[in-house]
Write a protein that binds this ligand. Sequence first.
Ligand code: ZN
Length: 81
Amino acid sequence: MMKKLDKKASAYKIDLASVEGDGSFQCPKCGKSISPDDESEENYQILDTKVVNDELAELVISCAKCGSTIKLTGFQQSPDA
Ligand SMILES: [Zn+2]
């Protein structure tokens, strides 16, 4: 199903496969450090998740500090990569 993207909303996109280290990254707008492993939701709020073949393919979060929408892709699909 195709969804039209609302171009008025400022959405950032981060490919976690290109992120070094433990997978944490900085908010593209305010620079706040966000770790996807942090499930406390103090740093971000999960808006949407997309699961393909029972694996997490996409995660849309909102930065708790500035409210930017950030789309995360590039989750590790298998350990043998
Ligand atoms: Zn932010």
